[in-house]
Every structure is written in structure tokens, then in C-alpha cells.
Design a protein around this ligand. Structure first.
Ligand SMILES: [Zn+2]
Length: 84
């Protein structure tokens, strides 16, 4: 969606031009990335994100090998990886 389409959508909801400028200027890049990740959309190329789960070995605990379940979001299109 281009900024013009967003603007048109906002105008359809009877926002005034000054309100639209305020809304658009308040959109934080991190908010967009957060929204993209929640919806499994790559913030870089807008492809599909995949949630990869793997086990990372941790130090032994009372003689038992311990592994921690890790997961990260990756994009198979452009190789983007969620850095959190
Ligand atoms: Zn991507």
C-alpha cells in the first residue's frame, strides 16, 4: 500500500488533512516492523516469514544434558532474520 492509498483510506474515514499528516508522521518504523512480524510478513521484502524452532545445547544440569528451545523468524526470500 502506498502512502497515497493510506491517505485515501484515511480521507474515507473523514480525517482532516492535518490529522492525516499527524497520523502518518507518528508511524514509527519499529511499529511497522512489529506489525509485520506479528503477521509473519517480512519487513524487508514483504515475503512470508517462517518461524524456525531449534534446540540450543546448554551446560549439563546434574549430569543431564540440557537444551533450550529457541525460535526465530526468518524470511526465505531475502534471508532476513529477526534479530531479537
Ligand atoms: Zn524477506
Amino acid at each position: 500500500m502506498s502512502i497515497y492509498e493510506i491517505k485515501e483510506n484515511l480521507e474515507d474515514h473523514n480525517y482532516s488533512p492535518s490529522e492525516i499528516v499527524e497520523i502518518l508522521s507518528n508511524i514509527d518504523k519499529e511499529d511497522i516492523e512489529e506489525y509485520a512480524k506479528e503477521n509473519f510478513v517480512c519487513p524487508k521484502c514483504y515475503g512470508d516469514l517462517k518461524l524456525i524452532t531449534y534446540y540450543e545445547p546448554r551446560s549439563e544440569h546434574f549430569g543431564m544434558p540440557v537444551s533450550e528451545e529457541m525460535s526465530e523468524l526468518v524470511c526465505e526470500e531475502c534471508g532476513w532474520i529477526d534479530s531479537n
